[in-house]
Design a protein around this ligand. Structure first.
Ligand code: BGC
Length: 458
């Protein structure tokens, strides 16, 4: 891990979309639970996020996603706004419990109709839909049977992917199987800070292995049913830097890198779990069946790299299994976002380079990058210069990696409108477009106006 240190950006941002190459795609990313609302309309089943947000104290100020941006009802308006902002690629996820209310079994006609309308409207507006199959909102009915810890999830998921491919595959040509498995297994099944709020290794280890299997099986189902589709899956990743240049901190950084950046990609590529740095992962063997080895591997057309920050890591005796601890940005007194994530653009460059080094990675798409800053609405305007600079600085790093030969071919901003930010509720805004959650009014921020003019400049 020899990483490039940051150089301050002195020049004004001067890149144009065509500088990234003809095939490079720019877009915006979202997720169903964060934007849709309409949480119990028609026969929609509850998801683990419906349940988790109803637990007192689970989420900042007990916020929930029952209405959020009301995208369910406002999709036409939002997609038209996207079109007017020159955005030609829209990444969104499907809510499993809207399509199959109990997770397995009867398919909901109204759920299918709804996504058909969204997809058709995108295409009518000249916007390409990029669909994520699973962005964290597991049907509660499946969680009641153990959710990701139950091996049956492999069959439930396979069936769900088939249903989606059969109904939408004639028009959707870009698919992502999972969104950030490290986050939904780690935060949801180990730390308990995301839905379903479970804790401990006994939940984490089976959840990891079943998510790995579903990555592979989901990819295989899509490839079989939709041979001309572009199939990917996405990973959260952050450059890991040792806090001090000591052997212990360097080792701690290696462990964190294995856990945060390598754990889900390496099994797909046939490299197995990175147990050499995190020996506790050897216990996953307990959940591996003989036929799993083949099913864990899949040759994705692209890998979605999602990057927001870098992490500094130090040795720490009291963290069980890992003996490593993240030193938060606030402790380091560096420039950071409202999430307490350091603003460190070279991280995206280094992550592209790190993922590009894997022989089996054919193409990288940056499927998420963005920032939460304290936006204020003054006289009908949001001047979010910090966000604009953040996005520009990250695009410069993506461009640099591309120029040096990395196979990176897309960049999606997280996110389009401010939305429900999981455990943070509505405290942190990431949008290019401001959402007034009382009136559902959309106000394009100055970062959104900049993205619009950047994209228009082709
Ligand atoms: C997730 C998004 C989330 C964003 C900002 C990513 O981890 O995929 O759902 O809102 O980061 O926290």
């Amino acid at each position: 891990m020899n990483f490039t240190e940051p150089k301050p950006t002195i020049k004004a941002f001067s890149l144009k979309p065509q500088d990234f190459g003809e095939d490079f795609e720019f877009g915006v990313s979202t997720a169903a639970y964060q934007i849709e609302g309409a949480h119990s309309i028609h026969d929609k089943g509850a998801s683990i996020w419906d349940t988790f947000t109803s637990k007192k104290g689970a989420i900042f100020k007990n916020h929930h996603g029952q209405i959020t941006c009301d995208f369910y009802n406002k999709y036409e308006e939002d997609i038209l706004l996207m079109q007017s902002m020159n955005i030609r690629n829209f990444r969104f996820s499907l809510a499993w419990s809207r399509i199959i209310p109990n997770g397995f079994g009867a398919v909901s006609k109204s759920g299918i109709d709804y996504y058909n309308k969204v997809i058709d409207f995108c295409l009518k507006c000249g916007i390409t839909p990029w669909v994520t199959l699973y962005h964290w909102d597991l049907p509660q009915a499946l969680q009641d049977k153990g959710g990701w810890t139950n091996r049956d999830i492999v069959n439930w998921f396979e069936n769900y992917v088939q249903v989606c491919a059969q109904h939408f595959g004639d028009r959707v040509k870009h698919w992502m199987v999972l969104n950030e498995p490290m986050v939904f297994t780690g935060a949801g099944y180990f730390l308990g800070v995301h839905a379903p709020g479970d804790k401990g290794l006994k939940n984490l280890l089976p959840a990891i292995h079943h998510a790995v299997l579903c990555q592979g099986i989901g990819g295989r189902v899509l490839r079989k049913l939709l041979p001309d589709a572009q199939i990917g899956t996405t990973f959260s990743c952050s450059q890991i830097t040792p806090y001090r240049n000591t052997p212990r901190d360097i080792l701690a950084a290696k462990k964190a890198d294995a856990l945060l950046n390598r754990l889900f990609i390496e099994p797909i590529l046939g490299l197995g779990y990175p147990t050499e740095h995190v020996p506790v992962l050897k216990r996953i063997e307990h959940y591996i069946n003989p036929e799993d080895e083949n099913n864990m591997v899949f040759d994705f057309d692209f890998i979605g790299v999602q990057n927001y920050t870098r992490e500094m890591v130090k040795h720490h005796w009291f963290v069980p299994y890992l003996r490593a601890k993240i030193v938060p940005a606030s402790k380091r007194k560096v420039k950071s976002t409202l999430m307490d994530w350091e603003v460190f653009p070279p991280s995206i460059y280094n992550m592209i380079k790190q993922f590009n080094q894997y022989e089996g990675v054919k193409k990288i798409i940056i499927t998420e990058n963005g920032a939460a800053f304290p936006d204020t609405l003054i006289n009908g305007e949001v001047n979010d210069t910090d966000r604009k600079h953040y996005l520009q600085a990250h695009l410069e790093q993506v461009h640099k990696a591309k120029k040096e030969g990395a196979n990176v071919d897309g960049y999606f901003v997280w996110t389009f409108t401010d939305n429900f930010e999981w455990a943070e509720g509505y405290r942190t805004r990431f949008g290019l477009v401001y959402t007034d959650f009382k009136t559902q009014e959309r106000i394009v921020k100055s970062s959104g106006k900049w993205y619009q003019s950047f994209l228009g400049n082709q």
